[in-house]
Design a protein. Structure first.
Length: 166
C-alpha cells in the first residue's frame, strides 16, 4: 500500500509540474510615417526625427545603424524624452536585419533589435530594457541636381519592448 501511495504521489507531482515562469508584459511599439526621410542609403539609413510610440509615450528617435563591432553594437538609437524617461536615452542597436528588398536591392522592411538601460516606468531606478521593431521603407526619385536623387520614406512599423528588471 505504501508503494502504491508513493507511486501515486510521484505521478501526481510529475503531472502538476513546476509553476510556469511568467514573461514580463511587453509594451507595444508603433513606428510612425515620414514622407521624406532624406537621401536613400543602401542598408544604412541615417534617420532623424522618426515618430515612434512606445506604450503610452509618443516622441521621436534618431536611428543610426552601423556595421557591428566586436561588442555586438551595431549603431545606436537616441530616444528623445519622454519615450524612455525624462531625458534623452541612448539605446544600442544589437541587430539590423533586412527582411525584404525592392527590385533594385534597397531594403523595404527591416527588423531592429536594441537594448538600453533606462527608466521608462519612471520609478527612479535603472531597468534592463530590450525591444524589437520592424520599419518599412519606400523610395522615390526627386529629380536631378543638388539635394535631389533617390529619397526614402518610412511607411510605418511595429514591435514590442520588454522591461526585464525593475
Amino acid at each position: 500500500m505504501k508503494k502504491l501511495l508513493a507511486g501515486l504521489l510521484f505521478m501526481f507531482a510529475l503531472a502538476v509540474g513546476a509553476p510556469a515562469q511568467t514573461e514580463p508584459p511587453s509594451t507595444p511599439i508603433t513606428v510612425g510615417t515620414v514622407t521624406d526621410a532624406g537621401p536613400a542609403f543602401y542598408m544604412h539609413p541615417y534617420l532623424y526625427s522618426v515618430p515612434i510610440t512606445i506604450g503610452a509615450n509618443t516622441g521621436t528617435m534618431i536611428f543610426y545603424p552601423q556595421q557591428c563591432n566586436a561588442s555586438d553594437v551595431c549603431g545606436f538609437i537616441l530616444f528623445r524624452s519622454p519615450l524612455q524617461g525624462p531625458n534623452y536615452v541612448t539605446a544600442y542597436v544589437r541587430s539590423w536585419i533586412a527582411n525584404t528588398f525592392n527590385s533594385v536591392g534597397w531594403v523595404t522592411s527591416a527588423t531592429v533589435t536594441y537594448t538600453v538601460l533606462a527608466d521608462p516606468n519612471n520609478d527612479n531606478d535603472s531597468d534592463a530594457v530590450s525591444g524589437t521593431f520592424t520599419m518599412n521603407f519606400a523610395y522615390f526619385f526627386t529629380g536631378y541636381g543638388r539635394g535631389r536623387g533617390w529619397h526614402e520614406s518610412i511607411t510605418g512599423g511595429s514591435g514590442a519592448q520588454l522591461i526585464t528588471q525593475d
